[in-house]
Design a protein around this ligand. Structure first.
Ligand code: 23J
Ligand code: MN
Length: 262
């Protein structure tokens, strides 16, 4: 099919509902959970604050508008390669310089929600990805790979979302060998439903935060705090994930939308 017909068909299929759009974004506001790093890892990001400028009042009778206090890595957000020290020297690695084509890509979804229900510390391994590929086919070069855990159902409660006890945070994520395997497959990036792309236990891993370490060192991307992955097929959808064009940005909150054939 020629390129023009492809675009025309997409619009027709969207209008008819044969292709649907799914919102993979969590609501962003003062209640949004924000990561709480151990002191050894450094400072933390603030929670979201919304400051009123005016609301059809004496501060501005014609309009309502706010300004916000907002970390780059807050809510549903994108991790750029310069976010991690392993990616700091790479070219085209901040939110304003990443190639635009990378913001639209195929997406595969690895469903490990049953495993995570039994074990909140669940780690996705390379072996587990190979099992997924035996069932669904080899991961296509340039794809987003998302880990479905249904963890987004906890996103309305910071306590449940971060799930911290005396031993630290308990949330699922990838083992180091899983990320190495995905990079081998030419993945565009890795996305999760948890507060960051790494598991709660990732500070204790070797290297610490292996998803951040290997993905960003390879110039690849992360997506965190995704929602509604239970509405995606294992393969066949397309992801639109375009961070704000923040100058030198290490990441950005964003709206993540999937285009899904029904
Ligand atoms: C800094 C250090 C570790 C982590 C993170 C940030 C994130 O989760 C993030 O938002 O990138 S794991
Ligand atoms: Mn981040």
């Amino acid at each position: 099919m020629d390129a023009r017909a492809t675009v025309t068909h997409l619009v027709k299929h969207l209008a008819s509902g044969a292709v649907k759009v799914v919102d993979l974004t969590a609501p962003l506001g003062p209640d949004t959970p924000v990561i709480e790093l151990p002191p050894e890892a450094g400072k933390n990001s603030p929670r979201v604050k919304v400051h009123k400028i005016s609301r059809y009042d004496q501060d501005g009778p014609l309009c309502a508008w706010n300004w916000m206090e907002l970390g780059e890595h807050t809510g549903t957000h994108f991790d750029a390669p310069v976010h991690w020290y392993t990616g700091k020297a790479l070219a085209n690695a901040s939110t304003d310089t990443i190639p635009l084509q990378d913001f639209i890509a195929p997406v595969v979804v690895i469903d490990r929600s049953k495993e995570v229900q039994k074990n909140p510390d669940y780690l996705l391994t390379a072996e587990s990805i190979r099992e997924w590929e035996a069932e669904h086919g080899t991961i296509t070069h340039g794809s987003w790979v998302l880990l479905r855990t249904d963890w987004h159902k906890r996103n309305t409660s910071t306590k449940e979302f971060l799930n911290v006890d005396g031993n630290g945070p308990h949330s699922p994520g990838p083992a180091a060998d899983a990320i190495a395997y995905l990079l081998d497959r030419g993945a565009l990036g890795f996305g999760s439903e948890t507060v960051g792309t790494d598991a709660g236990s990732a500070f204790m891993m070797d290297p610490p935060f292996p998803a951040h370490h290997y993905l960003h060192g390879a110039g690849r991307y992360g997506l965190a705090s995704l929602a509604n992955l239970d509405q995606l097929p294992p393969t066949g959808a397309i992801l639109i994930a375009a961070p704000l064009k923040l100058v030198g940005g290490t990441g950005s909150p964003l709206r993540v939308v999937a285009i899904v054939p029904t």
